[in-house]
Design a protein around this ligand. Structure first.
Ligand code: EPZ
Length: 432
């Protein structure tokens, strides 16, 4: 397990290019199964989750290769319809192979993805939807941990989603593009990463209408064709680095930034006192003062404030000049950072069954040994470490590499004193 060490107190200053989007790449990589041919995915991030999805593609019989940051997939030879069990257990997003493999082969066997530290994360919406599209399901193990879905014809239908689930919307689209007839999704997710899957499939010849709205219509087509596709930059990585500027009082320019996907994040960072200018794909951000508190912030589906930015914002608000309240309304256990931030001197109370956090701003944080409980929580502890006095060690930093190509390298470019931690430093720290 790797650790990251941060020596805080530096103002971050400089320019940085934002990487390709994890949450756009993962569903599009799954979708490459459907065109039975070549997909060239440009601006594809080199992160653990992407490598994981590629490994599954190869186990399904696909050929993959890289040309710089372009991932090339040839799915013409794919023939396996069973996703390796351990693959799904390791990474939830492999569940997106359910719709892609089913859509192409009318059959798929896949493990029920376990929850993760941020919540139970059931897939009932995914399964209920495909059942409405003439697909039969059976559980292959006593504990219902392996799902076998099969049909001789996928037939489009009207699907009403109880909540605008990103994953369920994507899996329904993947199941529907080669189906017979029309599939309509009501209360669909509107996230940019859903639009991205639609754009990729439309460029491959799919007929999808209403992308970015709560009502999607997919008219099934016979087949799809080869496609070159440019993946968007990562709005959460951009938001994370902007939050680092807000917390450390620096100034920076972020290039290749997905401006149009960052409305709510920019709005909130302006509220905490940042000065933000945007032009084309460049964001100029600075913060010359102690962060201002936020009365109440609730995480919401897009275009609301993203739950994937909640932990990073909490790190900023720990240093705000006053009291703030965050309501986490998407995942039931996404306050794993609270105890670690308290170790750094933060003053936070959590109420209402882990839904509401009250943050009483303190004038300074101090370094400590903390642990990354999940991807975004880990990145948020890096931000807290950058703003704190002294040395912070973040253990189990592997979870951060799942979504950030090189968080240490990137932040060092902005003058941060940060690096992956050697065993020696870890021992030294323990000895203290
Ligand atoms: C996607 O997860 C993202 N992951 C998550 O980002 C993100 O936090 C989430 O959307 C919300 O924006 C990827 O894109 C790979 P959901 P997903 O289905 O699709 C409940 C990160 O850090 N639900 O929209 O799994 C669910 O439990 C990750 O990059 C059901 O109850 O999220 C949750 O409470 C973390 N039944 C809510 O809906 C279902 O069948 C939203 O989940 C499906 C979902």
């Amino acid at each position: 397990m790797s650790s990251i060490e941060v020596i805080g107190g530096e103002q971050l200053i400089g320019e940085l290019k934002i990487q390709g989007s994890k949450n756009a790449a993962l569903p599009v990589i799954a979708a490459t199964i459907l065109n039975k041919g070549i997909s060239k995915l440009k601006n594809c991030p080199k992160i653990c989750d992407v490598f994981h999805m590629i490994q599954i593609l190869e186990e399904l019989g696909c050929e993959t290769s890289w040309e710089a940051d372009t991932l090339i997939v040839n799915s013409s030879m794919a023939y396996i319809t069973q996703v390796p069990e351990d693959a799904v257990r390791k990474m939830r997003s492999s569940i997106l192979y359910l719709g892609a493999i089913l859509g192409r082969f009318h059959e798929v066997t896949i493990a029920y993805p376990g929850g993760c530290s941020i919540g139970k994360r059931p897939i009932n919406y995914h399964l209920d939807a495909i059942k409405k599209m003439n697909v039969s399901l059976e559980f292959l193990k006593q504990d219902e941990s392996i799902i076998h879905c099969y049909t001789n014809r996928i037939i489009g239908n009207d699907i009403f989603l109880e909540r605008p689930s990103v994953g369920a919307t994507q899996n329904i689209i993947l199941t529907a593009v080669l189906a017979e007839g029309v599939t309509r999704i009501y209360n669909a997710a509107r996230e940019p990463e859903v639009i991205e899957v639609c754009d990729y499939l439309i460029e491959a010849g799919a007929r999808i209408y209403g992308k970015g709205t709560a009502f999607l219509e997919i008219v099934g087509v016979e087949s799809l064709h080869d496609v070159d596709f440019w993946l968007s930059s990562d709005r959460i990585v951009a938001g994370t680095y902007m939050a680092a500027i807000a917390a450390t009082g620096g100034r920076a320019v972020f290039t290749k930034a997905p401006i149009k996907h960052l409305d709510s994040t920019i709005r909130i960072l302006r509220e905490v006192g940042c000065r933000i200018e945007v032009a084309e794909d460049r964001i100029k951000i600075s913060n010359k003062q102690r962060p201002l508190p936020i009365q109440v912030l609730k995480t919401q589906p897009y275009p609301g404030f993203p739950t994937d930015m909640q932990s990073q914002l909490m790190s900023i608000l720990c240093l705000a000049d006053g009291e703030s309240t965050i309501i986490e309304d998407i995942f039931e256990s996404r306050y794993q950072n609270v105890d670690d931030l308290r170790k750094m001197g933060a003053d936070i109370t959590v109420e209402d069954d882990m839904m509401k956090a009250k943050i009483f701003g303190v004038s300074k944080l101090h370094g400590a040994r903390v642990k990354a409980h999940d991807l975004r929580g880990g990145a948020a502890l890096v931000i807290a470490g950058l703003a704190a006095e002294g040395l912070t060690i973040i253990d189990e930093a592997d979870s951060i590499e799942r979504g950030y190509e090189d968080i240490c390298g990137d932040l060092s470019l902005l003058g941060a004193r940060i690096r992956y931690c050697s065993e020696k430093v870890r021992e030294l720290y323990c000895a203290q």
